[in-house]
Design a protein around this ligand. Structure first.
Ligand SMILES: NC(=O)c1ccc[n+]([C@@H]2O[C@H](COP(=O)([O-])OP(=O)(O)OC[C@H]3O[C@@H](n4cnc5c(N)ncnc54)[C@H](OP(=O)(O)O)[C@@H]3O)[C@@H](O)[C@H]2O)c1
Length: 257
């Protein structure tokens, strides 16, 4: 792992302003990668988490090529010990993250009651919901101590309205992210912590390969791009501290199906 850039101090820039460090899960591909590149272009340091070190290295390369600073922190977000280690590492290097974008996600081609297994169900819920809660749990004391920060949950349109084909576990876990976000706002806005559930429709990423019927090129051409979602996330990150963007739904203009 290449060394992270030296800084004036762990958390402040040369002008004394608090420097933004965005911790991104699912950063090795798709939305997470696009968020990393967009946030870095806006001046943030980005801490990148996902299971595949090679995918994180590719994202880090893109960030550095654009003049940004990236820290590669491979981990399985469903494993508490790994997540704790990652959090400790980013804190040691740059200070605690100032913002979180939780994009790690999982679905399964066997997504109906008739064909899912409880093992599939558990894996989806642990990745989409429990791992996101665990990341917030790690960061919350530091966010509070710093006077606030933004937490973006990358949910789904299926977490916003009933989507019968998205999957039992997927829809349930993404719907619950909305609740996680609302609870965070209800309990932590007073400490400056702001949460947003971003609910995108179809995005042209590798995630589509997890569908029972994989969309073809023509279908994909109608979808959102990862950059579209990253722009939405950046809007949330850039909103001033007195503004809490609770939920955003972003869908392709020409809807699928
Ligand atoms: N594509 C869509 O149509 C769509 C629509 C709405 C919402 N979303 C949501 O958008 C988010 C990003 O998905 P995407 O479309 O960008 O697909 P993607 O490229 O497949 O991204 C998913 C990422 O999650 C990471 N991940 C999965 N399990 C993980 C784990 N246990 N620990 C750490 N990282 C893990 C994967 O990296 P590793 O395999 O290296 O761990 C991967 O980088 C997901 O939460 C998804 O539910 C997608």
């Amino acid at each position: 792992m290449p060394p992270a850039e030296p800084t004036t101090s762990a958390t402040t820039g040369e002008d004394g302003a608090r420097r933004r460090t965005v911790w991104i899960t699912g950063a090795g591909s798709g939305v997470g990668r696009a968020v990393a590149v967009t946030a870095a272009a806006a001046g943030a340091r980005v801490a990148l988490t996902g299971r595949r070190p090679s995918a994180l290295a590719e994202t880090a390369e893109l960030v550095r090529a654009a003049g940004g600073a990236a820290l590669e922190l491979p981990a399985d977000a469903t494993r508490d010990a790994e997540l704790q280690q990652v959090y400790a590492e980013v804190s040691r290097t740059w200070g605690p993250p100032t913002d979180l974008v939780l994009a790690a996600g999982l679905n399964h081609p066997r997504r109906y009651w008739r064909d899912q297994t409880i093992a599939d169900f558990r894996a989806v819920v642990e990745t989409n919901l429990t791992a996101a809660a665990a990341a917030v749990d790690l960061a919350l004391p530091d966010l509070r101590a710093a006077g606030g920060g933004v937490v973006v949950f990358v949910s789904s349109v299926s977490g916003w309205q009933f989507s019968p084909d998205a999957g039992v576990a997927y829809s349930a876990s993404k719907s619950a992210l909305g609740s996680l976000s609302a609870h965070l706002n209800a309990q932590e806005n007073r400490h400056g912590v702001r949460a947003c559930s971003v609910c995108p429709g179809d995005i042209d990423t590798g995630f589509l390969g997890l569908r029972p019927v994989v969309p073809d090129r023509d279908d994909r051409a109608q979808m959102l791009s990862p950059a579209d979602v990253a722009r939405t996330v950046q809007f949330v990150l850039d909103s001033p501290p007195h503004v809490c963007v609770n939920e955003l739904v972003v869908t392709p203009t020409k809807k699928q199906g």
